[in-house]
Design a binder for this molecule. Structure first.
Ligand SMILES: Cc1cc2nc3c(=O)[nH]c(=O)nc-3n(C[C@H](O)[C@H](O)[C@H](O)COP(=O)(O)OP(=O)(O)OC[C@H]3O[C@@H](n4cnc5c(N)ncnc54)[C@H](O)[C@@H]3O)c2cc1C
Length: 421
C-alpha cells in the first residue's frame, strides 16, 4: 500500500493552520511544528482585529506611503512608525518598499489582492459551516470612518473609487447616513466609506475551531518545538533540525510569519521581511454595544465587536522583534477612540492589558506564496502584513494546489517567493 506524502508546516499561526487544513484535505500526512506550547498559543492573529476584508485592495506599498513614512518616522506616536536604526536588512527593505510604492505596482497588485481576498472570504464561509459556526464569523460589512471632510474626500477619490472600479462595492456616506446604520455608539465624524462585502471573526475562536478540526483529520502538532536549522540533500530539504530532533518529511512549508525570513536565511534564501508591531486592547464588557466593525481612518485604529467584547487595534511599528510595549502608542489608540467616539474615555480602558503582535511585512505589500526555485520540496506562505487573517485560507488552498501540482486558482507570478532572490 502506498503511504501518504508527508508535509511539515513550520509555524502554527493562522496561515500555518489553514495550510495544514488544505494539505490534510488533499490526503497528506501533516505535522504542524510550533515553538510555543499549545493549543491556544499566542500568535499574530490572536489579538488582531479579525477582519476578513476584500476592501483592502490597495497594498501597503502605495504612492504617498513613503512620504508619510518619512514624515512619521521621527514620531513614535504616529500610526506608522519606523524606528530609525543602522540595520542593513531594514535599509534594503526600505529601498524595496520605496521602489514598490508607485501607481504601476498598485494597478497590478489591487486586482490580485481583490481576487485573493474574495476567494478567502468564500473559504471562510465554508470553514464556518464545517466548524459549526464557532468562529464568530459575521458578514456585517466594514466602515472607514473619517473625522474630516478632507479625509472623506480623499477616501472617496482614492480607496472607494479603486474598490468600486474593481467590483468591490464602496458607498460614500455623510455623517447622517452613517448614523442611520445604527452603529450603537455616538460618532464625531464627517462621514464614512461603507464596504458591505467585508466580514469579521473572533480569531481565538476561529483558530480553536480549526485546530479541533485538524486534530479530527489526523493532523499532528509538535508544540514546544523550535526549528533552528535544516538538512539538505542536493535540491531537496531532507529534514528540519528542531529542539525535538530532526523531523523528516516529503514537503516543507515555511509559515513562520515575521520570522520566516530568518528561517529561509538558514537555507541560503532571501525573503525580505520586517516585523510590523501592532497593539490591541479588548474591553471585556464595553458600555456600548457596537453593531458593526469600523476603522478610525485618519488614526488607523480598527474597532471590532467580538461577541460581548469590543476590540480596538492598530498602529504599525517597524522596530524589529522588540517586546517592549511603548505606552505612547497605546495612548494614541485610546486618544483616537475618544476623538471619534466621544462617549468613550480613558477610564473605559483602565486595567486593560495591551496585547501586541508582529505582522509579517514584505516590502511590496504582497505575500510570498509558492515554491522556491532552489529546492524541489520547499514552499512558503508568509508576508501577509495587514491581511494575514483575511488571506490565510486562500493562501493555504493555493499552497495545496501548488504542492499537489494542480493549476493555482490565481496567477502566482507577483507572489513568487524568489522575487527578491
Ligand atoms: C493589531 C493587529 C491587527 C490586525 N488585524 C488584522 C485584520 O483585521 N485582518 C487581517 O487580515 N489581518 C490582521 N492583522 C495581521 C494578521 O494578524 C497577520 O498578518 C497574521 O496573523 C500573520 O499570520 P502568520 O501565521 O503568517 O504569522 P504568525 O501569527 O506570526 O505565526 C507564525 C508562527 O510561527 C511560529 N514560529 C516562528 N519561528 C518559529 C521557529 N523557528 N520554530 C517553530 N515555530 C516558529 C511562531 O511562534 C508563530 O506561532 C493584524 C495584525 C495586528 C498586529
Amino acid at each position: 500500500m502506498r503511504t501518504a506524502k508527508s508535509a511539515i508546516i513550520c509555524g502554527g499561526g493562522i496561515v500555518g493552520l489553514c495550510t495544514a487544513y488544505y494539505l490534510a484535505r488533499e490526503g497528506l500526512a501533516v505535522t504542524v511544528v510550533e515553538r510555543q506550547s499549545g493549543p491556544g498559543h499566542d500568535h499574530c492573529a490572536l489579538g488582531s482585529a479579525g477582519y476578513v476584508s476584500p476592501s483592502h485592495v490597495i497594498p501597503l506599498a502605495a504612492p504617498g506611503m513613503v512620504w508619510k513614512g518619512l514624515k512619521w518616522m521621527m514620531d513614535s506616536r504616529s500610526p506608522f512608525y519606523i524606528q530609525p536604526r543602522l540595520d542593513t536588512e531594514l535599509m534594503r527593505w526600505g529601498w524595496l518598499f520605496w521602489r514598490a510604492s508607485n501607481r504601476r505596482h498598485v494597478a497590478r497588485a489591487a486586482p490580485l489582492l481583490r481576487d485573493l481576498c474574495l476567494q478567502s472570504r468564500a473559504l471562510y464561509e465554508e470553514l464556518d459551516d464545517l466548524t459549526g459556526d464557532r468562529s464568530g464569523f459575521r458578514k456585517d460589512g466594514l466602515l472607514n470612518l473619517c473625522r474630516t471632510q478632507e479625509s472623506l474626500d480623499d477616501e472617496a477619490n482614492g480607496l472607494a473609487r479603486v474598490a468600486n472600479e474593481l467590483g468591490v462595492e464602496a458607498q460614500v456616506l455623510n455623517s447622517t447616513q452613517t448614523a442611520a446604520l445604527g452603529l450603537g455608539v455616538k460618532l464625531d465624524i464627517a462621514g464614512s466609506v461603507y464596504f458591505p462585502i467585508d466580514a469579521h471573526l473572533t480569531p481565538a475562536k476561529f483558530c480553536a475551531a480549526l485546530s479541533g478540526l485538524l486534530a479530527e483529520m489526523g493532523v499532528r502538532f509538535r508544540w514546544n518545538t523550535t526549528i533552528f536549522g535544516w538538512r539538505v540533500v542536493g535540491q531537496r530539504v531532507s529534514a528540519a533540525q528542531t529542539t525535538s530532533g530532526d523531523l523528516i518529511a516529503d514537503e516543507f512549508v515555511l509559515t513562520g510569519g515575521s520570522w520566516s525570513g530568518g528561517m529561509a536565511a538558514g537555507l541560503g534564501l532571501r525573503l525580505p521581511m520586517q516585523a510590523g508591531k501592532g497593539y490591541s486592547l479588548t474591553l471585556p464588557a464595553p458600555r456600548f454595544r457596537v453593531t458593526k466593525p469600523f476603522i478610525l481612518k485618519e488614526r488607523r485604529v480598527a474597532v471590532t465587536p467580538m461577541g460581548n467584547t469590543l476590540r480596538f487595534g492598530g498602529t504599525m511599528e517597524i522596530a524589529g522583534h522588540n517586546d517592549r510595549v511603548r505606552p505612547e502608542r497605546v495612548e494614541q489608540i485610546i486618544a483616537a477612540v475618544n476623538a471619534y467616539l466621544p462617549e468613550f474615555s480613558a477610564a473605559d480602558f483602565a486595567g486593560v492589558r495591551p496585547w501586541f503582535g508582529y505582522r509579517p511585512v514584505s516590502p511590496d505589500g504582497l505575500p510570498y506564496i509558492g515554491r522556491f526555485g532552489q529546492y524541489r520540496n520547499l514552499a512558503t506562505a508568509c508576508g501577509h502584513a495587514m491581511l494575514g487573517v483575511t488571506l490565510a485560507p486562500g493562501a493555504g488552498r493555493l499552497l495545496a494546489e501548488v504542492i499537489c501540482e494542480r493549476k493555482p486558482s490565481v496567477d502566482l507570478t507577483l507572489l513568487n517567493p524568489d522575487r527578491y532572490a
